[in-house]
Design a protein around this ligand. Sequence first.
Ligand SMILES: [Zn+2]
Length: 374
Amino acid sequence: MGKSTNKQPSAVGSPISIDNDGDLILRVGGAATLKEPNKTVECKVDSTTLRRASPVFKALLFSPRVETKVKPLLSDTEPWTVSLPEDEPGPFTILMGLAHAKYKFISRPWNTVMVNGLLILADKYDMMHLLSLFTTSMREVISDEINIVTAPDIFMNLYSSWELGDEQSFAKALKTIILATSLDKDDMTELTYHGSKLTSQHHLGPADLLDYIAEVRLSILTTLVDFINNEYKHCMTGNACGVSAPQPVYFSRQRAANQLQIDEHTRFKKICEDSNFGGFHRYFTACEDIPFFPINVGNIHHSFTEFRDSTMKLLQQMQSLSGHEQCSPSNRFQYHYQGLLDGTTSKRWEPENLIKQEHKEIMKKKREAFNSVV
Ligand SMILES: [Zn+2]
């Protein structure tokens, strides 16, 4: 009759029997923060196997200080049960299958969500070594889905690349996030990615990553703001026209005509500069979204992408004189930000430049830890 304990009615159905002779039921899931808060799974596992596979489970299950989890003195009819409401049932079951070498529980293929869930749990329970055999396939999943830009998938990509020590994918996800991160309008210390608040609750990777995202966002935004402020200053001081004057000729019958061309150039140069200066005033003053000149980067809550788009829209309204297209600030602005984005004016987005030195060292250790097990 002892075996009938497996069939005991339960709110979550029969336990998944990872180990038929197991002495411990882990009740996984249920927390409101999970993707599927209503999904709970019970796994029947062997506590000794878990103790060997994970120092964290060893402490959790066998440390007298954690009284609620330690095996109580129970009768046969009441199995030793531990609740882990914060853990995702899907990846948890796979991790238990790996710990017990029961490969039928390792369902494939995996996607970003699964890889992310596995890495979070393996980190939490110090079981990363169990995932070593899957390092290559997990990296492939992440790099295949690296073009996803929506939250929360992008955060999953970022975190997974971090844990796998994959610098290329990490830098790519980080760049996407930095370019689209804005500040909360009411609380400029809060970071927001497409409407989702970025908090330390997210699994993003290194503990100081939020500060780093804010720092790089400010730095690239500063180059845009400086550029616009400089353009405005040039217009104000009469240095904005880029069309060269005709070369003067001194000893020729053409001299009079040449002088007319020079005078006309001077006149149009002034019109060009006045028109750019006036355009700046007209369109930027009318725009409530961008603070007026000189723009102070500290007052901007926009993301890089939002600020670029709003500014571009304003600049494109400014008309240039015929033959003075090159003097249009919108063309120069476009050239400037494009270079910033595609790395032609700086190699800022290359992993070796974008990833902080301390983070690179941690990622290297993570790669080495995986390699040392295989
Ligand atoms: Zn001009």
